[in-house]
Write a protein that binds this ligand. Sequence first.
Ligand SMILES: NC(=O)c1ccc[n+]([C@@H]2O[C@H](COP(=O)([O-])OP(=O)(O)OC[C@H]3O[C@@H](n4cnc5c(N)ncnc54)[C@H](OP(=O)(O)O)[C@@H]3O)[C@@H](O)[C@H]2O)c1
Length: 309
Amino acid sequence: MYLLCTIAASLITFLFLKWMKIRRLCMDLKRLDGKTVLITGGSSGIGKETAIALAIRGARVIIACRDEEKAEKAVREIKTISHTINVHHMHIDLANMRSIRDFCKTFLQREKRLDILINNAAMPSVLDWTDDSFSMCFGVNHLGHFLLTNLLLGRLKESAPSRVITLTCSAYKYQKLDFQDLNYNLFPFFTYCRSKLANIYFTQELARMTEGKGVTAYCVHPGYVQSSWTCHYSLLFRVVMQVIMFMFFVSCEAGSQTVVHCAVSDDVVPLSGGYFTDCRPAALRPFAKDSGVARKLWEASERLVKPAA
Ligand SMILES: NC(=O)c1ccc[n+]([C@@H]2O[C@H](COP(=O)([O-])OP(=O)(O)OC[C@H]3O[C@@H](n4cnc5c(N)ncnc54)[C@H](OP(=O)(O)O)[C@@H]3O)[C@@H](O)[C@H]2O)c1
């Protein structure tokens, strides 16, 4: 009897956890033939699943990655799963501004279109510095994508209607930006939260600046996803997180759904600057909608990376 109760309780718990992990799917089957998609960090996790989903829809997909070997392997995998050959990789290190500039130069020489830019790559909560002495999270997650988007904005406008989708995280709400210390690098989780808040302000200001120019911008919280972000941590942390992720986090495929939705759906077009999760618009905390802060961050970021130089 005791054994039966234990089995029943385990089964109910298991089904409850599975139910919790169900997320909305992108039901829009629009094809992307003739469109070019660029995804940063497309060699793993949500980025790779997004690449697969968009390649299946006929897009030319380019994944921008820092690890050549991993990128080649991912391209082979994306081609096999999507049954397409129009998948490529290019080298970029978002922790190095020179690398971003070189990437953009090559990209603009090679690619005549850019229809969808997906700013997906990110460093999780770590205390480190980029090659240009920015704190790692702020430098890679925000400044790297800020420079990349600015350098590719001309091509996005030429390819209009085009879209910029930036991955953020609902953990943005735990922090605010400190303009006296944008490179805040004290508590790892807080550096990550701030960089993800910066992604939201960046999207809003980009949407404002590109209004009426055929470029729209969205930011996406993908849910809590069982991806490879734990690889930056100790073995003990990885083991504990594997268990937690197995129970509570969704698959990378499920995590990619809102990104795919923002990439293909016509419904999102009037909602440029919006924050999306679960394939629908979501509310932001009031402080994260402050257009004055968004403008101030844009100007501060311009001073730090000098996109026009
Ligand atoms: N997983 C979640 O629960 C979760 C929740 C909310 C938001 N997000 C967001 O979703 C996005 C994707 O995350 P994920 O979960 O798929 O993580 P992931 O599996 O760790 O993927 C991150 C990707 O970013 C790349 N990257 C890191 N630093 C880079 C650099 N300096 N230059 C170029 N590429 C770099 C990584 O490349 P390497 O393989 O070379 O390291 C990797 O391909 C991130 O923006 C993340 O903040 C994730």
